[in-house]
Design a protein around this ligand. Structure first.
Ligand SMILES: [Zn+2]
Length: 483
């Protein structure tokens, strides 16, 4: 298997190779030449410019964070610290219907667009302009960008509390086509949110015709993750089926105590749909979610923490009920005084989280919010938490299966060519970690903390993390749609 003895760039010795396919790990060597994996196997006697002793460590494909809101974080040569320190080498952006492009804003972004940044972040009239900026000053990880339905609505409609008119759908379709042609890998909706809630299924289906023609993927933050979760699944299956596009259900959950346990029925529906169409899903490993502060979601939660507030920047990480008590007002009045704001909502059951994470089609996506002052710990902890807490400690699944959910499965689902596996010819995106110590350290109280156990991370053959420390190199690339 030694193809170019003596001229490898990097050689990992005696690693436990977990290759991303789900098959059992095996001890071996892995060599890089340039930005590619050149050889895998017994490479004793081979030489390289840099040798890395991987004895006792796992070498896996770099993790693909399929659900991020890193659209603005990635700009300007970003170190992407919350991601590389978890072993993430690729982020999928543009989720939940919101992407920075194509949109130029002349006012403060309305929620939930404000999750991605302020008015100054919305400055790309064309999706190609956004990608050009990433190309010019690449971040430390690869970016696989999607375009958001809500962004297209804001770009083309004067009022958003109604269905789009035919001329507006035409305008959105044109922007969508331009974005996919420029390289966006998919299209997302966030039908739960006020700016998109008035969009009927038909509006989505008309836009999905463009997604189908250009062979992109469709992800959705569904209209309802509560009482109507099954109905929303059916709406999503129906739209994707009629448009003939691959579907991904974002951050699947059953929200609100009266809906706990419903994942038995939702996963059954997903299995049924998977018999006749392409359906995937992602999840994060926590019983709490996080997004903008909204009264409707507060009602579904047992506890709410404030992550940021524009009128009250001094409030971060505090319990909403404590704030209301301190201000001697109702919860509703406190919300009114805090918005625009963000929150962490405890609204899922551990049993549902485990059942959903354990489903063979479930990928891992952090849904981390990088601009929050007191972010949900998923931003810094998601991947090590799945590997350490759920795979090693609780044995919800094997380490190999955990890695597959973060690498091979998302690369196939999102059509990321030559990524997600340890195999000769693939891109040299890898993570080296200690399976016995890997753990999330970020908590709801102290959320900004580097995970334990990640030794080294390479992106396109270059180090992003070495000896557990972030390196200055920025070797990420834009992963454009492949036709
Ligand atoms: Zn979402």
């Amino acid at each position: 298997m030694i193809e170019n003895n003596g001229s490898f760039d990097i050689l990992f010795h005696r690693a436990l190779i977990i290759d991303g396919t789900g098959t059992a790990g095996r001890i071996g060597d892995v060599a890089f030449a340039g930005d590619r994996i050149a050889a895998v196997g017994d490479l004793a006697g081979a030489r390289a410019r840099q040798d890395i002793d991987a004895d006792g460590l796992v070498l896996a494909p770099g993790f693909i964070d399929v659900h991020t809101h890193d659209d603005a974080l990635a700009i300007g040569g970003s170190a992407m610290e919350p991601k590389v320190t978890q072993g993430v080498t690729t982020v999928v952006t543009g989720n939940c219907g919101i992407s920075l492009a194509p949109l130029v804003l002349h006012r403060s972004p309305p929620a939930p667009l404000d999750l991605l940044g302020g008015q100054e972040s919305y400055r790309y009239a064309r999706f190609a302009d956004y990608l050009a900026e990433l190309d010019a000053r690449p971040p430390a990880v690869n970016v696989a960008p999607m375009v958001g339905h809500t962004t297209l609505r804001v770009a083309t409609m004067d009022t958003l509390d109604r269905p789009a008119r035919p001329a507006e759908i035409k305008a959105m379709s044109r922007l969508l086509e331009e974005s996919l042609e420029a390289g966006a890998i998919g299209f997302s909706t966030g039908l739960y949110y006020p700016l998109a809630r008035a969009a009927p299924t038909e509006e989505v289906i008309e836009l999905l015709a463009v997604v189908s023609r250009l062979r992109a993927v469709y992800t959705t933050h569904m209209r309802d993750e509560e009482e109507g979760v099954e109905e929303s699944l059916r709406e999503s299956f129906d739209a994707a089926m009629r448009a003939n596009v691959p579907l991904i259900i974002s951050h699947h959950k059953c929200m609100g105590i009266e809906n706990h346990g419903r994942s038995v029925s939702t996963l059954k529906l997903i299995d049924q749909a998977r018999a006749t169409q392409t359906v995937g899903l992602d999840a994060y490993p926590y019983v709490a979610g996080s997004t903008v502060l909204m009264g409707a979601m507060v009602k579904k939660s047992s506890r709410v923490l404030i992550t940021w507030s524009k009128p009250h920047p001094e409030i971060r990480g505090e319990d909403l009920s404590d704030i209301a008590r301190k201000w001697d007002c109702s919860i509703e009045d406190a919300i009114e005084r805090l918005v625009p704001a963000g929150a962490i909502y405890f609204h899922m059951s551990e049993e549902d989280v485990r059942r959903i994470l354990g489903h063979p089609a479930t990928m891992i996506g952090s849904d981390g919010l990088p601009h929050d002052q007191h972010p949900h710990p998923r931003l810094w902890g998601t991947f090590p938490r799945v590997l350490g807490h759920y795979a090693r400690d609780l044995q919800l699944f094997s380490l190999e299966e955990a890695v597959r959910k973060m690498t091979g499965l998302p690369a196939t689902t999102f059509k990321l060519r030559d990524r997600g596996l340890i195999a000769p010819g693939g891109y040299a995106d890898v993570v080296l970690f200690d399976a016995t110590t890997i753990a999330d350290t970020a908590t709801f109280d102290v959320p900004i903390q580097q995970a334990a156990g990640i030794k080294a991370v390479f992106v396109n053959g270059r180090a992003a993390v070495l000896d557990g420390k972030v390196e200055p190199g920025r070797s990420g690339r834009v992963l454009r749609r492949v036709a």
